[in-house]
Design a protein around this ligand. Structure first.
Ligand code: ZN
Length: 193
């Protein structure tokens, strides 16, 4: 059993270095966390500037370049499909001049819904990294599991739970504010509210 470079697969799998770093030797976790922080900043902007539900998304190309940014714009743009993921993928498609976002990674602060999950599959996104789970409409394992369905002809690698607490707390506080309740302290709040 060897991979394409002739390296025994067994050895590669057992190497801690390969388990923790990408092909450039950059710790995968650090890259994911820093892009997720970028997505969280967009979520915060959605709430502050547009009073939209604070969800942010960032599309990153195979070479690590930023391809698209998005946040929820349903209310502002009178568009039922303007979820953060769709907005980021539209921008990425324009940037690449291609409807297929081959090799890209989509970072989003909240588990995608069914619409976005299918758009991610259609777009051939290679990797999906999301923060908080969505027990009400999540379609990447919580309510539906559309992205991992083996019947698709494209497989998306999914990594959940990156900065989940931060993303979840922001959403919780947004909805608490809508109901006239005081915000929970981000640092101290560990539950679902
Ligand atoms: Zn969605």
């Amino acid at each position: 059993m060897t991979d394409t470079l002739g390296v025994p697969v067994h050895d590669v799998d057992e190497s801690p270095r390969n388990a923790m770093t990408d092909t450039l030797g950059v710790p995968v976790h650090d890259v994911d966390e820093s892009w997720m922080r970028h997505a969280l900043a967009l979520a915060e902007r959605a709430q502050r500037e547009f009073d939209e539900i604070p969800v942010g998304a960032v599309l990153v190309g195979a070479d690590g370049q930023l391809l698209g940014e998005g946040w929820n714009l349903n209310i502002a743009s009178h568009d039922p499909s303007a979820h953060a993921e769709i907005v980021a993928m539209r921008e990425g498609g324009r940037m690449l001049a291609n409807h297929r976002l081959i090799g890209s990674t989509l970072y989003v602060t909240l588990e995608p819904c069914a619409m976005c999950a299918m758009a991610i599959v259609h777009a051939r996104v290679a990797r999906l990294v999301y923060g908080a789970s969505d027990p009400k409409t999540g379609a990447c394992g919580s309510v539906f599991d559309l992205v991992a369905d083996a019947r698709h002809n494209h497989r998306v690698e999914v990594h959940a739970g990156v900065l989940a607490k931060e993303a979840g707390n922001r959403l919780t506080n947004y909805f608490r504010a809508k109901r006239g309740k005081p915000p929970l302290l981000l640092e101290d709040h560990a539950g679902e509210g």
